[in-house]
Design a binder for this molecule. Structure first.
Ligand code: SF4
Length: 374
């Protein structure tokens, strides 16, 4: 049995759920006036997710650990009760971030066992590896190789490529592309940092599971009040950054790829870096202001005002010497972000999403002329 300290850090684990069950406390019990500390911490968890606050884990002593652990199912209950897709994304993202911060402080053996529970077993070596004479990991007599290396920071984490791909999709940066990985017999080599980063995505997924279920709120005035308060905060975050107008942007003229990226962004999906880059350069090219482009990204679970502002200003050239151009369709296809191409996309002369947008803004007769001129 893991310690309460450990379970309070990783409340999404099966054993943590078992511990909560063993206390014979229902959600309704935890929403009673006797459990104010749990409710306050649960509210704080959700609040922090809405505001995208920094992760601070300063839990000491048995009673704080109990509150920390019990607040997790209560905060999940509240998020599900609010029933807002954006909130679910913000919350799962925040809990994933918390797990990452705490995993980075954990013993390697604990990180491995959490990885195993999340379905990403990490071998110390690729399959069929045999210790060679020159192996840096030459085994000291009497010491099992797994234990020996597990204790070192340089341990390798070989994970199945099929387990790596789904969580990797939500991580941006070319460092994560398959082409840049060391592979051996269907396994990919990770290090402690990258293994934990992948686990973060798996935690997010685990936290998110089950939160989309619609529920009827119990007749509990306090709970109703708390849920109402959270709804107001969620709407507040959305309003604070909602685009008041999209400038000259007309949604119906958007090419399918950009519609998809806009939809992902509005649904609170994390966009891969190259999709974000393509979208920002596209919006800039069709005349949207930096401020309006910035507002488009505010629903993203990983939204950080200063970082997004910097990225937008950098890509649009207001803080850099380079004014980046939107990628062509060929590059979009190679990057796997040419989503749902339609009949206009199939035209030979349609080489760039910006051209799609311009063509769509013209009457049909003029489109034919345009095609001839190309
Ligand atoms: S063909 Fe070009 S414009 Fe059409 S969806 Fe693909 S990338 Fe976008």
């Amino acid at each position: 049995m893991e310690s309460l300290t450990f379970l309070s850090r990783f409340p999404f684990l099966d054993e943590a759920r078992e511990w909560v069950r063993s206390q014979e406390l229902t959600i309704i019990d935890m929403l009673s006036p006797d459990s104010e500390a749990i409710q306050a911490r649960a509210m704080e968890r959700v609040d922090d997710a809405i505001e995208g606050k920094e992760i601070i884990h300063d839990v000491r002593g048995r009673s704080e650990e109990e509150v920390e652990l019990l607040s997790y199912p209560v905060s999940r209950f509240m998020v599900a009760a609010v029933g807002d897709q954006n909130l679910i994304k913000w919350f799962s993202h925040h809990e994933g971030e918390r797990a990452k911060v705490l995993l980075e402080r954990e013993e390697p053996s604990n990180v491995l066992s959490i990885g195993e529970e999340l379905g990403l077993v990490a071998l110390e070596h690729p399959p069929n590896w045999k210790p060679g004479k020159d192996s840096k990991r030459a085994v000291t007599k009497g010491v099992r190789p797994q234990i020996f290396a597990m204790e070192g920071e340089n341990r390798e984490y070989w994970v199945r490529f099929t387990g790596y791909l789904p969580p990797k999709r939500n991580i941006s940066g070319s460092e994560w592309d398959l082409i840049n990985q060391t592979m051996d017999k269907g396994y990919i080599k990770l290090n402690r940092r990258t293994y934990i980063r992948i686990l973060q995505e798996l935690v997010k997924k685990k936290v998110e599971d089950g939160l989309y279920v619609k529920m009827d709120l119990p007749r509990n005035p306090k709970l109703r009040e708390m849920v109402k308060g959270l709804k107001t905060k969620v709407e507040g975050r959305k309003k604070r950054y909602a685009p008041t107008e999209l400038g000259r942007l007309t949604i119906t003229r958007l090419p399918p790829c950009m519609k998809q990226i806009l939809g992902m962004s509005q649904a609170g999906e994390n966009l891969p870096h190259h999709a974000r880059f393509a979208f920002v350069t596209f919006l800039h090219a069709i005349g949207m202001s930096g401020e309006d482009i910035f507002k488009v990204f505010t629903g993203a679970p990983d939204f950080k005002e200063d970082i997004v502002r910097y990225q937008v200003e950098h890509i649009t050239g207001s803080t850099s010497a380079t004014n980046y151009s939107p990628p062509n369709c060929d590059t979009m296809k190679t990057g796997g972000i040419c989503f749902n191409p339609d009949t206009l996309c199939e035209k030979e002369w349609l080489i760039n999403p910006v051209k799609y947008y311009r063509i769509k803004g013209k009457p049909r007769t003029q489109r034919k002329t345009e095609k001839k001129e190309t």
